[in-house]
Ligand binder design. Structure first.
Ligand code: FE2
Length: 232
């Protein structure tokens, strides 16, 4: 299996004025493409690993040959995280979630405003390049965490349902050094329907534990259901 750059489900200009067209084009076509290319290059000569999804590779990172472990961690993580990031945004995004996700956010953070403050503070406070996540833990609670580089929350046993890219390449062309302004604008494009779908998937899998067990057989189905939710 050759890893491929996923097609964006909206135009580069669709998230204007919150995320600018040029940033989207370079971010998707250059940065993300480079992670995909580097991942494929890294796996050349490792036939037994070429059929695995990015999710499986990252879950089994410690079992990978040492000479490619860092490259898979960085480029596989870059590919996985960006693929999820594009789906977490929509031209019709913004506002607040409803239903079970809203209740879970209230249970874990007291209110939607409390969650938003905690997530924004984590995004502003993250030193250097990395990602901010809303994830489900093994007990069904929701937590905000950050990861450096292109690391994923799986390493801490968490199942991600929402992600924000705070690498400078995600905002520098429009917002320059004003990361806080980018974070404020990003809330207006969050695709809560998609995040609610991720939340349901996480719930079905009791967080990451069961998803990890099932990864080999069901990951494609999970990805398909995510794609379906975003397409609608
Ligand atoms: Fe990025």
């Amino acid at each position: 299996m050759t890893h491929e750059l996923p097609k964006l489900r909206y135009d580069f200009s669709a998230l204007e004025p919150h995320i600018d067209t040029r940033t989207m084009a370079i971010h998707h076509d250059k940065h993300h493409q480079a992670y995909v290319d580097n991942l494929n290059q890294t796996l050349e000569g490792y036939e037994d690993l070429q059929d695995k999804s990015t999710f499986e590779l990252l879950l089994e990172l410690e079992a990978l040959p040492e000479e490619i472990r860092s490259a898979v961690r960085n480029n596989g993580g870059g590919h996985f995280n960006h693929s999820m990031f594009w789906r977490c945004m929509s031209p019709k995004g913004g506002g607040q979630p409803g239903g079970g996700l809203a209740e879970a956010i209230q249970a874990s953070f007291g209110s939607f405003a409390g969650f938003k403050d905690e997530f924004s503070a984590a995004a502003s406070g993250l030193f250097g390049s990395g990602w901010v996540w809303l994830s489900m833990d093994g007990e069904g609670g929701l937590v905000v965490t950050t990861t450096p580089g292109h690391d994923v929350p799986f390493y801490k046993g968490l199942f991600p349902i929402l992600v924000l890219d705070v690498w400078e390449h995600a905002y520098y062309l429009k917002y320059e050094n004003r990361r806080a302004d980018y974070i404020v604008a990003w809330w207006d494009v969050v695709n809560w329907d998609h995040v609610a779908g991720n939340f349901s998937t996480a719930k079905l899998n009791l967080g990451l534990g069961k998803a990890a067990e099932w990864a080999k057989t069901t990951w494609q189905r999970i990805e398909d259901s995510w794609a379906k939710l975003t397409d609608s």
